[in-house]
Design a protein around this ligand. Structure first.
Ligand code: GLN
Length: 303
């Protein structure tokens, strides 16, 4: 059933001739072919269904913020909420406005300011932050080959004016403990993680499986933590378009400016979509349409 629906969606979305633009503020991302398009769905059992460019790796960008937050939440429990809030920002992912008004406390862990604060927590908590974070990502992906793209990392680092402004503003409020360069470096490596659509949907099964790894059933987050993280994805995963995504798709999910979106239906499946063409809010145009069609055709969303 899933494969037939994915094939239909792929063809329908392609016929719509939707317009968008690659993220060009990170020059390396602007080089990706605009025609790339992949949809991949993995059931809790591990059964996989995919169509399109499912063998291409793409830059996860903000989707990877979910993995950093997962590790920080696992390590610190509710203490992590002394560093980031849980409210949607209603602002673009790299906005500075609330940060000034709210004394450097990021609204949530999925905007850039929040993910930078989480990278600062990870540097505090981990003996070897980069190695330990990447080991954790490999563990939840159940895939030892996962890594970051060095060209994207360099490209982000060179053009990181906004992220530097965000972290310096937080530092001025005494909210960042570590050297800002070290925090930025970890954040750029995190955003440059790359996966194929099947690798991404398999990794997101964790959040569809109440915090347990598929297969081994190892508990990574408690089921309460997993439920709460899903709530944060639902309300904050698409920045100032979280309402639109909830309205049209009805699943918790996370987007990235590499054009990927990962979403889950708890107890059923995880799905990853990739097309680099973004709308003005930085979310994949084809990705949002494909997921809207998925929950419409299936007749199920979490609502
Ligand atoms: N690395 C990107 C940035 O820092 C992530 C943004 C995103 O994917 N929304 O701007």
């Amino acid at each position: 059933m899933y494969q037939k629906i994915l094939n239909e969606i792929f063809n329908e979305v392609n016929r719509l001739n939707l317009q968008g633009k690659q993220a060009d503020y990170i020059p390396e991302l602007a080089k990706i072919s605009p025609d790339k398009f992949a949809i991949n769905l993995t059931e809790l059992s591990g059964k996989n269904y995919g169509i399109g460019d499912i063998n291409d790796k793409f830059s996860l960008q903000s989707i990877a913020k979910v993995f950093a937050f997962t590790l920080a939440y696992k390590l610190k429990g509710n203490e992590v909420f002394r560093h980031v809030g849980i409210e949607p920002s209603g602002d673009p992912f790299n906005s500075l406005i609330q940060l000034e008004q709210e004394e450097g406390m990021p609204r949530n862990p999925l905007i850039n300011a929040g993910a930078l604060a989480i990278c600062d927590v990870l540097i505090d908590e981990l003996p070897n932050p980069e190695q330990d974070l990447f080991d954790f990502i490999k563990k939840i992906a159940q895939n030892n080959t996962i890594s970051y793209n060095p060209k994207v990392y360099q490209s982000e680092k060179k053009t990181s004016y906004r992220n530097r402004a965000l972290i310096n503003l937080m530092k001025s409020f005494g909210r960042i403990h570590n050297d800002t360069e070290a925090v930025l470096d970890l954040y750029f490596k995190l955003c440059s993680v790359e996966m194929t659509a099947p690798e991404l949907s398999r990794t997101f099964l964790l959040y569809a499986n109440h915090g347990k790894l598929p297969g081994t059933q190892e508990q990574i987050l408690t089921s309460s933590q997993s439920k709460r993280l899903n709530a944060i994805m639902q309300t904050c995963g698409f920045y100032d378009e979280a309402g639109e995504f909830t309205f049209r798709v009805g699943l918790p999910g996370k987007s990235g400016v590499g054009g990927g979106i990962a979403a889950i239906h708890p107890g059923k499946y995880a799905v990853a979509v990739w097309s680099p063409l973004l709308n003005p809010k930085g979310n994949s145009v084809k990705g949002m349409k494909a997921l809207e069609l998925l929950t419409t055709k299936l007749g199920w969303s979490i609502f």
